[in-house]
Design a protein around this ligand. Structure first.
Ligand SMILES: Nc1ncnc2c1ncn2[C@@H]1O[C@H](COP(=O)(O)OP(=O)(O)OP(=O)(O)O)[C@@H](O)[C@H]1O
Ligand SMILES: [Mg+2]
Length: 112
């Protein structure tokens, strides 16, 4: 099951997403929490300790995803590596054994 939480700024998306993740994990589900907010803070809401959060690295989409076209010409995105590898390299483990990935954030200072 995949659940995406989107909507207006400040509406409670992160709070709801983190709460759902923790509840499902405690029900025995394996939960992968993926933060795609330009200002990522899902790991904080999940209760991931600061010393663990420092290991989170922005996932470089261009290196781990590729676009494929089906016979009808529709484009879909696919991981080029096993999901477990991506979590091990860029993610972190949080409370209730939730794994966390951050897809966004600054890569460095730029012009303008
Ligand atoms: N049900 C609720 N009742 C009262 N306050 C809430 C509720 N849900 C979230 N909040 C509070 O509202 C604020 C915004 O919540 P949250 O950060 O989850 O929103 P968001 O939609 O993720 O925001 P952003 O668009 O900035 O990412 C936080 O201070 C949060 O604690
Ligand atoms: Mg948010």
């Amino acid at each position: 099951m995949r659940i995406a939480v989107a909507g207006k700024g400040g509406a409670g998306k992160t709070t709801i997403a983190a709460t759902l993740a923790r509840v499902y994990a405690r029900m025995g589900r394996r939960v992968n929490a993926v933060d795609d907010d330009p200002n990522p803070n899902l790991s904080v809401a999940l209760g991931v300790p600061e010393e663990v959060r420092t290991h989170l690295r922005r996932v470089p989409r261009e290196q781990i995803m590729e676009e494929r076209l089906d016979a009808a010409g529709n484009a879909t995105l696919h991981l080029t590596r096993p999901f477990g590898d991506v979590i091990a390299e860029y993610g972190a483990r949080g409370p209730d054994d939730i794994s966390v990935l951050t897809m966004t954030g600054l890569l460095g200072a730029g012009k303008g």
